[in-house]
Design a protein around this ligand. Structure first.
Ligand SMILES: [Zn+2]
Length: 579
C-alpha cells in the first residue's frame, strides 16, 4: 500500500503493524468454527434492490469466486455491471451470454470478488492531525523511559517554546505520563501527549501554564483534570471535555488540513477494498465545510456518511440547524454522542481498577434531553459506549426518545459496546438498535483491560456471539486512527481471533467465522447506515461497489488475513483503486 509510506508517522505505524499484528504465524483465524448465526440474522438482510437495468452490460467480471453475501451466502463465478449497478450475478455461462460488443471484460483468474467493504466508524478528519503529532509507538516506545528518551530527542531539535505533540499506545503499568515525568526532559517546550485511543492525554507544566490550567480550574461535566494530593493538576486529562480545555491552547491546525485528510484517507481506504465509510467524529463547522468542499470539488471517490459529534450541550443548536446533505457520495448520516471514555474511564455498574467507573461523560438528565432532540430530527444517533452502565443509560435514552416520539425503525446505534449485560442485549434487540463493534479493541487494549476489569467482567467483553444469537444487527469497524489499524482486513482478523497483543485469546466463544466477519463488514455495515437495499451484497440492482482480492481470504491465518491485499476496488462500476 504505497500511500501508507507518505509520511514518517505512517512508516512507523506500518512498522508497528508488522511488529504487533504479524507476530502470530501459526494460529488459524477463527478460534473454532462455531455454529453460524440463526434464522434471526438472516431475516435482517432480506432486501429489495433497485430494478435491474436491461441491455448489454458495460462490464463483466468473470471466472472468479464471487462471495455474494446475499441472503444464502451464495457463491457465484461472474458479475455483470450496467451503469453504476449490478445487472446480474451467476455462472460464467449465464453472464457471458449477456455480453455485447462494447462490454469490457475483466478476467478474475479465479480470484475472490466480494462486495465493497464498508467501514462504519472511521475518523478521516484526524489523519492529517495525527501526522502533525509524533508517534511514540511500539516497538520503539513501550516504557516511560523510552518515551522520555524520544521526547528529549525532539526537544533538542525543536525551537524553545514551540509545542511538541505526540501519541503513544503502551506504557509500562499502563499509566499516562505525568507533568513531572515530561518536565524532566522538556522544561521549556510545552508538551501534549495523547493515548492513541484518543480519550486521555497528558500535558507538561509549561503546557498547563499556557492553557491557564491551575488547581482552581474546575472539572467540566464528564471530564477529569486529575489532581495530586496537593490539589495541583498532575497533567493527566481524561475524556474529551477535560482534554479540550488544554487543547484550546494548542496552535491552530493548518489551513486545509481537514480537506487533505479527507482526500488522503479515501485513498488509503480504497486500497484496502473499502467503498463506503462513516466518519463518526465530525466536529466544528470547518470540518463539515471541508467535507462539503471535497464533495463540491468532485473528490469524494468513496461513499461517505458524516455524523457530527456533540461534545457540549450548546452543540445542539448547530446540530439542529445543520444542512442535510443527501447525495450518493456524501450525506449527513446522523449524529454522534460519547457517553464514556476509553478503558480507564468506562462507565460501569461495578467498580474497576481504572481511573473512574461511576461517571458518565454527560449528566444523564441533559443526555436524555439531547437524545430526545436528536431523535426528533428523524436521523440516526450513534453513541460511543464502553462500559455496561454506559450501554444501559444509552438504551434508557433511546427508549425514552422513541416512546415520546415513535417512528418506524430509527435504527439508533451503539458504537463499540465494550461490555453489555444479558438484559441489555435483549433490550438492544427489542429497540432495533445496531451494534457497531470495534474488534481490534481486543488487540489494542485486551491485555490492559484484563488488568483493570475483573475476570467476571471480562466474560462480558465484546460478546459478539451473544449479539448474533439474539438477532442483533452487527457491523464491525476499525475506529481508525483511535486504533492503529485502519484496514477491514485487520478488523475482520481481530473479530475472528480475539487475540490481544500478548496473543491471549479473550472469549474464544465469541470469535466470528470468516463468513460472519465478512457479513459484518459488508451487509452489517450497510444496514448500520440504512443502505441494505443498495449496498453490502452482490445482487442484481445493487450498486456495483466491489473488491477483488489478490488471494482467497476465506481460510487464512491471522497473519495472512491482516496482510491480505486487494487488487481492484470499484465504486459504482468505476475503478477507484488498482494494483
Ligand atoms: Zn471512534
Amino acid at each position: 500500500m504505497p500511500a501508507q509510506t507518505n509520511s514518517s508517522g505512517r512508516i512507523t505505524r506500518r512498522e508497528f503493524l508488522i511488529a504487533t499484528g504479524l507476530t502470530i504465524t501459526s494460529l488459524a483465524v477463527g478460534c473454532k468454527r462455531f455454529q453460524s448465526s440463526t434464522g434471526e440474522q438472516e431475516k435482517l438482510y432480506q432486501v429489495t434492490p433497485s430494478p435491474v437495468p436491461a441491455n448489454n452490460p458495460d462490464l463483466i467480471l468473470r471466472n472468479g469466486k464471487v462471495l455474494t453475501v446475499d441472503h444464502n451466502d451464495t457463491t457465484a463465478q461472474a458479475v455483470a455491471v450496467k451503469g453504476d449497478l449490478i445487472q446480474d450475478v451467476g455462472s460464467n455461462e449465464v453472464i457471458d451470454a449477456l455480453k455485447g460488443d462494447a462490454t469490457q471484460i475483466i478476467d478474475l483468474n479465479g480470484r475472490v470478488l466480494t462486495p465493497g467493504l464498508i467501514d462504519p466508524h472511521f475518523h478521516l478528519g484526524f489523519l492529517i492531525l495525527l501526522d502533525l503529532m509524533t508517534p511514540f509507538l511500539p516497538p520503539e516506545v513501550t516504557t516511560l523511559a523510552q518515551l522520555q528518551k524520544k521526547l528529549a530527542g525532539l526537544v533538542a531539535q525543536t525551537p524553545k517554546g514551540d509545542w511538541i505533540q505526540g501519541y503513544y499506545l503502551i506504557l509500562e503499568a499502563n499509566r499516562p505520563p505525568s507533568k513531572e515525568e515530561m518536565d524532566k526532559v522538556s522544561p521549556d517546550h510545552p508538551v501534549w501527549m495523547m493515548h492513541q485511543a484518543g480519550h486521555m492525554g497528558s500535558a507538561n507544566s509549561l503546557a498547563l501554564k499556557l492553557a491557564g490550567i491551575t488547581k482552581d480550574t474546575q472539572d467540566p461535566m464528564g471530564g477529569i483534570i486529575e489532581r495530586g494530593s496537593n490539589g495541583e493538576p498532575t497533567g493527566r486529562f481524561y475524556n474529551h471535555r477535560a482534554m479540550n480545555i488544554l487543547r484550546d491552547a494548542l496552535p491552530p491546525r493548518p489551513e486545509g488540513a481537514f480537506y487533505q485528510s479527507i482526500i488522503d484517507g479515501q485513498k488509503l481506504m480504497a486500497a484496502s477494498g473499502i467503498t463506503s465509510f462513516h466518519d463518526v467524529y465530525v466536529y466544528g463547522e470547518d470540518t463539515i465545510q471541508a467535507y462539503r468542499d471535497v464533495g463540491t470539488d468532485g473528490k469524494m471517490i468513496l461513499r461517505g456518511a458524516i455524523y457530527p459529534v456533540l461534545e457540549n450541550p450548546q452543540d445542539l443548536d448547530i446540530a439542529l440547524n445543520m444542512q442535510h446533505v443527501q447525495g450518493p457520495f456524501l450525506r449527513l448520516g446522523g449524529f454522534k454522542l460519547q457517553i464514556d471514555g476509553q478503558g480507564p474511564t468506562f462507565y460501569t455498574h461495578e467498580p474497576h481498577e481504572g481511573i473512574s467507573w461511576d461517571m458518565p461523560a454527560w449528566d444523564p438528565k441533559i443526555y436524555k434531553e439531547i437524545m430526545r432532540s436528536l431523535h426528533d430530527t428523524g436521523l440516526q444517533v450513534c453513541v460511543h459506549c464502553g462500559g455496561d452502565a454506559a450501554v444501559d443509560l444509552t438504551l434508557d435514552a433511546f427508549e425514552e426518545a422513541m416512546q415520546a416520539n415513535p417512528r418506524p425503525d430509527p435504527r439508533h446505534r451503539i458504537e463499540h459496546c465494550g461490555f453489555s449485560t444479558p438484559e441489555a442485549i435483549k433490550r438492544i434487540k427489542d429497540l432495533g438498535v445496531v451494534i457497531s463493534d470495534t474488534p481490534s479493541f481486543i488487540r489494542m487494549s485486551g491485555d490492559y483491560w484484563s488488568e483493570i476489569f475483573s475476570k467476571k467482567m471480562m466474560q462480558r467483553c465484546l460478546v459478539a456471539r451473544e449479539w448474533l444469537d439474539a438477532g442483533i444487527p452487527l457491523a464491525i469497524n476499525s475506529d481508525y486512527p483511535t486504533t492503529p489499524w485502519y484496514t477491514p482486513q485487520f478488523s475482520m482478523a481481530s473479530a475472528m481471533s480475539r487475540m490481544t497483543l500478548s496473543n491471549k485469546v479473550i472469549g474464544p466463544e465469541h470469535c466470528l467465522t470468516f463468513q460472519e466477519a465478512l457479513r459484518a463488514q459488508t451487509m452489517g455495515a450497510a444496514y448500520a447506515g440504512f443502505d441494505e437495499n443498495s449496498k453490502g451484497s452482490i445482487e442484481p440492482g445493487k450498486l456495483a461497489d466491489l473488491a477483488v482480492w489478490a488471494e482467497d481470504p476465506s481460510s487464512m491465518s491471522f497473519k495472512e488475513l491482516v496482510e491480505a491485499k486487494v487488487d481492484l476496488t470499484l465504486v459504482g462500476g468505476n475503478i477507484v483503486y488498482q494494483v
